[in-house]
Every structure is written in C-alpha cells, then in structure tokens.
Write a protein that binds this ligand. Structure first.
Ligand SMILES: *[C@@H]1O[C@H](CO)[C@@H](O)[C@H](O)[C@H]1NC(C)=O
Ligand SMILES: *[C@@H]1O[C@H](CO)[C@@H](O)[C@H](O)[C@H]1NC(C)=O
Ligand SMILES: *[C@@H]1O[C@H](CO)[C@@H](O)[C@H](O)[C@H]1NC(C)=O
Length: 333
C-alpha cells in the first residue's frame, strides 16, 4: 500500500504533512511515501527525513523527487536557501529503513556520494534507484552500487561525473546479473570504452545513452548489439553513431521493441531499412534524422508488420502518402 502526499492543499503544507504521513504509516501498515511537492510546498528537510527514518523502519518506497521549478528558485542569487535533503537525510533513511526497495531522489542536488554510498551499504533489498540530476554523484557511489545484487533499475541521468570507470563497475559487479534498466543519458564523459563493457550486463532490457556525446561511436553501438535481451534503446543525439550500429542491432537484438535515434545525423535509409521484417520492433523515433528520406520511411514501414509508431519531423510528415500517415501516427494499428 502507498500514501501519496500532495502539499498544495494549504492546510497540509510542510511539517504537519510529514507528521500525518508518519501517523498514517505507523498505524495503517503503509510502507510507501510519495512526496510530490509543488512550488507552494514547504521543502522537505533533513530533519523531516530523520523523523521519518526513526518512525518508519519498515518503509519500502520513498519518492523525494524535487520539482523542477523549485530548483530554479534555489538558483536565484538573493533568495534565501531553503532547507533541502542532503547526504545527512539520506544517511538517516539508509541506516533506519533497511527494507527500502524503491527510492527516487530526482534533482536533489544536495545528495552526493556520502549519502548514496551509505544507502548502498544498508539497503540490501533495493530494487530501484533514481538519482537523476543528483549532479554531485560520482563513480565512487556507482562503485558502491555494484555490490547491490537485487538492484533492477538504476537511473543516473544528468550525473556528469559518472564516467567509463563507473560503467566498468556496473558491468563487473554482482549488480550486472540483476540489472534490467539503466539510464545514463546526459552523462557526457562516457565513451566507447565504457559502453563496450555494458555487454557484460546480460539481462539488460532498457538502456538510455541519449545525449552522452560524440565519444560514443559505432564501436560502442555494435558492442551493445550483443545484448540480446534489449527491448528499449534510446540513442538520441549520438552524432557519431551511424547505420553500422542500426544494422548490428537489427540483426542481433530480435526482442527490440523501441528505438529512439532522434538527432543521429549519420543515420540514413540503409540503417532504417535493416529493420524490414524485424519480428518485434513497434516504435521507431526518427526526429531530426536528416539523412533519412520520406521514401526510406515508407519502404521500411511497408516491410515491417510489427511496427506501430514512427516518430518523424513535421517536414517529413508532409511528404508521406496519406494512407501511410494513419498507420505511422496511431499508437496502435
Ligand atoms: C519499484 O521499482 C520497480 C522496479 O523498477 C517497479 O516495477 C515498481 O513499480 C516500483 N514500485 C513503486 C511502489 O514505485
Ligand atoms: C565524433 O564527432 C566529433 C564532432 O563531430 C569529431 O570531432 C570526432 O572526431 C568524432 N569521432 C570520434 C571517434 O570521437
Ligand atoms: C526520443 O528522444 C527524444 C530526444 O531525446 C525525446 O524528446 C523523445 O521524447 C523520445 N521519444 C520517445 C518516444 O521516447
């Protein structure tokens, strides 16, 4: 069971929200806390987390995602720094709540390696961890996660200090046998060296390398194609990836359901057409792929019975024959 707290109802703002949450948790056997603070909400502080930690040792799921607008507020020069969750709060939760399964800390910029490592040390049953845009987190923390043999989903989107050596840990530790979902998009220090090691994560189903920069090329792309369990792959804005990657993926990853190659400038019709007659592919996103023509898209669609959705730029949509358009843009045929 879970409890959702919405702080935009005036009377429930702030500390009393937390008190009510704890009362709820303690007396009704709830084990999930989901804070969805809006701009008006009193920010959650370390003191609040400390209280939660000591009152709710059975907590299994904690959503502390920060609102985007709050972050922008923080960055105003003359604004008073509101209290925020930092490593100390995460340490309190980690030490007391050993049954945590899911924790999400998006945009909690106060959280870094100290808290993340403490979490890895104690939450032995952790199944899903989202540290998107916790921009202080580095490879040291990733090194600690590698020991988490229960972790199935790890999101490190926008953690710019995560590099190839972080990926090497993920690929070599006990975690490599449990991990199903990995998002390292916007980690722009990652290169082919690290990407090649991801093939040692044999059960990986979802991978995002979007916006990881120009140091990922077909060398990395072809290595990924050896992960036969892949079902969803986001390669957006990898400007040095070309048709060679798409051809290898189409040949080897027969379970692939969704591919996003938005902004992959080197991809052409040759790469796209390698998906003709693919048994599983349902979704293909080709926005800003200027090397792909309407004719290529049309030919591929006619030859791909499994395809349900093709994402295109407006300019390309205009050229599509209307009979095909319907198929291309309805989610389900
Ligand atoms: C916890 O994470 C797992 C794996 O990512 C997910 O399937 C599940 O829905 C999550 N549960 C909650 C309560 O968020
Ligand atoms: C990738 O792209 C950049 C910028 O377009 C280029 O300078 C570089 O040589 C390319 N190749 C590699 C292997 O990084
Ligand atoms: C594909 O990638 C682009 C750019 O990263 C993103 O905006 C879009 O939402 C993605 N589309 C899908 C269907 O995942």
């Amino acid at each position: 069971m879970r409890l959702n707290l919405r702080a935009h109802e005036e009377e429930y703002i702030g500390f009393s929200t937390i008190i009510w949450a704890i009362i709820g948790l303690v007396f009704s056997g709830l084990c999930s806390l989901n804070f969805t603070p809006t701009e008006a909400a009193t920010p959650i502080s370390n003191a609040d987390l400390d209280l939660i930690a000591r009152s709710c040792p059975d907590l299994e799921s904690l959503n502390l995602n920060a609102h985007r607008s709050r972050i922008e507020l923080d960055e105003e020069p003359q604004g008073v720094e509101p209290p925020d969750v930092t490593d100390a709060g995460l340490c309190a939760i980690s030490i007391c709540c050993r049954k945590l399964k899911n924790i999400s800390l998006r945009r909690r910029k106060g959280v870094g390696d100290v808290g993340a490592i403490e979490l890895a040390k104690h939450a032995k049953g952790l199944s899903s961890l989202d540290l998107s845009w916790c921009s202080k987190v580095t490879d040291r923390a990733v090194g600690a996660f590698c020991a988490l043999s229960s972790l199935m989903a790890l999101c490190l989107r926008g953690c710019p200090f995560v590099t190839d050596s972080g990926l090497a840990c993920l690929a070599n530790g006990p975690l490599s046998r449990s991990l199903r979902v990995l998002d390292v998009s916007e980690c722009d220090q990652i290169t082919d060296l690290g990407v090649c090691l991801l093939r040692h994560i044999p059960l990986l189903e979802e991978l995002s390398l979007a916006d990881c920069g120009p140091m990922i090329t077909d060398v990395g792309g072809i290595a990924i194609a050896s992960i036969v369990s892949l079902q969803s792959l986001d390669l957006s804005w990898l400007i040095n990836l070309s048709d060679a990657t798409l051809i290898a993926l189409a040949r080897n990853c027969r379970n692939m359901v969704e591919i996003n190659v938005t902004g992959c400038e080197l991809v052409t019709g040759v790469g796209i057409l390698s998906y003709s007659n693919h048994p599983a592919l349902k979704i293909l996103v080709l926005a800003s792929c200027y090397g792909v023509s309407a004719n290529d898209v049309e030919r591929m669609m006619l030859a791909s019975p499994s395809l349900r959705y093709v994402g295109l730029d407006k300019s390309l949509r205009g050229w599509m024959p209307s009979s095909l358009k319907l198929e291309a843009f309805s989610e389900e045929k």
